[in-house]
Structure formats: C-alpha cells, structure tokens
Design a protein around this ligand. Structure first.
Ligand code: PDD
Length: 284
C-alpha cells in the first residue's frame, strides 16, 4: 500500500515517524476519515472544513490549502487497490527536541495519508441489528475536535467488544452524547431525534447526511437534547459513521430496543441512504 508521509509517496512499510513526534508522545494531533466511493471522496469539502476546525481547536496551522489536500488525496486514492476506500489523514504537531508539554517554537507538522479498502458492515449486522452497551462518557470536554488522542474512545469501544457487542453508547450527566466512534440517533413516536452539535460530541459528516436525507423525504425529525431515559425507552436506536454508514442498535445493555428488531424508520432511512450513495456519492 502506498501512503503519503511529509512530502513523499512510499510503501507503508517504509513510512517512519521520529520517536519524538508529539503525535506519538502526547497524542498531539488531529485526523479525518473520508469515505471514497468509486474513487470519489465523499463530502471532501466538509471533511476538510472539519479538519480545519480541529486544527484551529488545537492551535496548529493547516500545512495545506484545500486544493493541495485534494491533490494529495486524489493521488492516494488512485494508488489504492479498491474503488471504495477509507482515506485516513493525520496531522500532528511534529517532532520536538526534548520532551516538553509546551509547544516547540518552530513546528514542522507531520502529515500522513493512507487509503484503506472501505469495509462497510456485513449485511447480517443491518438485517439483524447490532448489540450495544452503555457507559458514562468520561472523555474530555472538547469532543467536537477530531483529535488523535483517542485513548478514552478506545477504552470505551473495548467495553463493547468485551461484552460481545459492536458499540458503546455514551451518556453524560443524564444526556445522550454519541457512540465511542459514531453518532447516535433515536426514534420516538415515529419522530427521528438527534442530539445537537456541541462540544460534547463530534459533528459527524454522516450525521449531517442522515438529517439532510430525513429533510429531503419529509421524515419528521428534531435536533434536541436527549435524556438518558428517553434513549433507553427508544423505539429505535441507530449508530452512524463514515465507515459503518447507518446501523440499527437492537439491544442496549442486554435489553431490547423497541421490538428488539431493526425498526421501520431504520429500514426507510437505510434504503434512502443506499439510493443516495448510488446516485450522489458515487457520481458526484
Ligand atoms: N469516527 N463520533 C465519533 C467519536 C467518531 O469517532 C466518529 C467517526 C463519528 C462519526 O463521524 P463521521 O460520520 O464523520 O464519520 C462520531 C471515525 C470513522 C473513526 O474514528 O474511525
């Protein structure tokens, strides 16, 4: 696999980062995951805008303009083995001479890009639905930034895996925030509900797409704070992300969500999402 690292295109095995890189020692960096369909990056402008917001949030200058990013991504996508890919971009604050929390005076950011084959969930997961656990959201208060310091998210995701589940649904102070690596939607009395974008969750690109599709098809929906009890009593719960698309959660902490089967609103949204994917994502 050919990857991009600091100005060079090279085989992944040859890509090396200094041990003093702040990304390695402090998790001091940001990232993006961009789905690519039929070799076309989906919502590139939106992903690059969110990358800029993450960089602004950690006070790191963007090493590239959008046109440069786009050219680098195009090259990685062209080199990739599959037509559908998941492009990963990472920018760290680069290497430092001595270990010091304070930013170095002169910064040379580390820029890394790779294109992995896009693996969407197996049909079985969307037909039968997935199991989730819940946990207290013990992450920091800037969950709106897509930063590489993902230890909390990794620990939270592993709770699901250890329980034989797929995702961990996070609640903070009695409210639904998101999943360990996804956004969460719920359905109540046929109404689609999503928590509002704020510093407690990542503004997912897929989250926006789902809300746009709901609006385009006249599906009643509302963006508002969701109380934990409401989420636990939902008729339907879904998780969304660039790589998982939309998946129905059918059990939460071992209890059935609604009927315990993927619900009718999910079935509708899944169909619309796939249509959208065929017509818009694949053809620009
Ligand atoms: N994660 N919330 C969190 C904490 C996430 O990590 C992600 C995505 C999302 C969904 O965002 P989007 O729809 O833009 O993918 C929400 C990516 C896929 C990852 O870390 O691999």
């Amino acid at each position: 696999m050919t990857v991009y690292l600091n100005g060079e295109f090279l085989p992944l095995e040859q890509a090396r980062v200094p041990a003093m890189d702040r990304g390695f020692l402090f998790g001091d960096g940001v990232y993006e995951v961009i789905p690519v369909y039929s070799r076309r990056p989906f919502r590139l402008a939106e992903h690059l805008r969110r990358l800029q917001a993450s960089l602004d949030g950690i006070r790191l200058a963007n090493p590239h303009g959008d046109a440069e990013w786009s050219a680098l991504i195009d090259r990685i996508v062209a080199e990739g083995e599959t037509d559908d890919q998941s492009v990963y971009i990472q920018v760290t604050r680069g290497p430092m001479a001595v270990r010091n929390h304070a930013f170095p005076k002169k910064i040379t950011p580390t820029v890394f890009i790779m294109g992995e084959p896009l693996v969407t969930p197996p049909a079985e997961q969307r037909e039968r639905g997935i199991a989730a656990v819940s946990a207290a959201d013990f992450r920091w208060l800037r969950c709106d930034l897509k930063v590489t310091s993902l230890l909390a998210n990794c620990l939270l995701r592993q709770m699901a895996i250890d329980a034989g589940c797929v995702e961990t649904v996070l609640f903070r102070d009695g409210y639904l925030s998101e999943g360990s690596a996804s956004n969460i939607f719920m359905v109540k009395d046929g109404l689609l509900l999503a928590p509002p974008k704020n510093h407690l969750m990542l503004a997912g690109i897929t989250y926006d797409v789902v809300l746009e599709i709901a609006a385009a098809h006249g599906l009643p929906h509302e963006v508002r704070d969701i109380r934990e009890e409401e989420a636990r009593a939902a008729e339907e719960l879904w998780m969304t992300s660039s790589t998982k698309e939309v998946l129905p959660i059918v059990t939460l902490d071992g209890k059935p969500v609604g009927t315990g089967k993927p619900g009718p609103v999910f079935a509708q949204m899944y169909g619309w999402y796939q249509d959208f994917k065929q017509h818009v994502m694949r053809h620009g």
